[in-house]
Ligand binder design. Sequence first.
Ligand SMILES: *Cc1c(COP(=O)(O)O)cnc(C)c1O
Length: 375
Amino acid sequence: MPPDQIAIPPDMKPADGRFGSGPSKVRTDALAALRATGISLMGTSHRQAPVKSLVGRLQEGLVSFFELPDDYEVVLGNGGTTAFWDAQVFGLIERRSQHVVFGEFSGKFAEAARLATHLETPDVIETEPGTVATPIARAGIDLYALIHNETSTGVMAPVTRPAPDAFVTVDATSAAGALPVDASDFDVYYFAPQKTFSSDGGLWIALCSPAAIERIGSVAASGRYIPPSLDLKIALDNSRKQQTYNTPALATLFLMAEQLDWMIDNGGLSWAADRCKASAEAVYSWAEGSDVAWPFVKDLEARSTTVATIDFADHIDAAAIAKVLRANGIVDTEPYRKLGRNQLRIALYPAVDPEDAAALTRCIDYVLETLGGNA
Ligand SMILES: *Cc1c(COP(=O)(O)O)cnc(C)c1O
């Protein structure tokens, strides 16, 4: 049957068809709560109580959710994770960073550091997409750039210090709140809210250790040129006043706070991590049992429980499957564009119901059968 004529039976479909890795599914309850704020939040000053208390609620929620020690601080600013890479280039790396690179996102931070003329050429430890690269303690490295989950390939990696005194920052954009983590293992754990936190984009959040706070101060005091919008000292000073340096997106803040509270009410980080595991189990066990599909990531330890990447046999057109799913309201299962594989990529963040993940696999089977000749 031609792909555009395939109608998946309604009772087979997931209740919510959003499986995008970012922006990701925003719960409709959170959207309803935003709507219910009426005239009390949207369109009011971010220097006044309604927004400041929202930022405070978010900061307190993150401290409790991640069980942060008393001397850790939650810093936030505008520009998403990408801006936070540049903020690190200006405000955290002293001379030379080391980057593990095993996909697009880890590669982009390494590239941002490489372009900086005030820094030495970074040390890059790179492996093939689908595998994990491990940081190695080396003399002269003052910042180790880790990534908790490489969203482009569906690979998760351990968060550990390569040496006890190593200064470690972790891109946790598609991991934070969905993979277990221990605050003693990082100095900065940073993310944006449009992935695991099921909000919208534009913001960065950084959980900072005392060593990170100290580093922010010492680099700022060094006299180096730092653009104000990327200045972490300015961001820290504002965060301590429940504000951001420039205007944040209020809906982004609100939706993130809603998602965080929802996860806390349900049992916190371990609950959220288990929920993602259940979704991942549904998808990977289906792929393992399929004749035409299999998990892209071979190493079981590295197989992400938040972003599943599934390869298809050459005679199957994964793009056609994604197209049929999309026409049926099941969206954003396309692979990361630059990876260029015959693949589907499925986000399994905490907002996704494991039942929906299981339903998705049944829909894929249905599409495969119905595509028939193509399949
Ligand atoms: C999406 C993503 C980014 C980029 O986030 P932006 O907020 O769009 O800048 C960076 N790192 C990882 C791991 C991501 O998944």
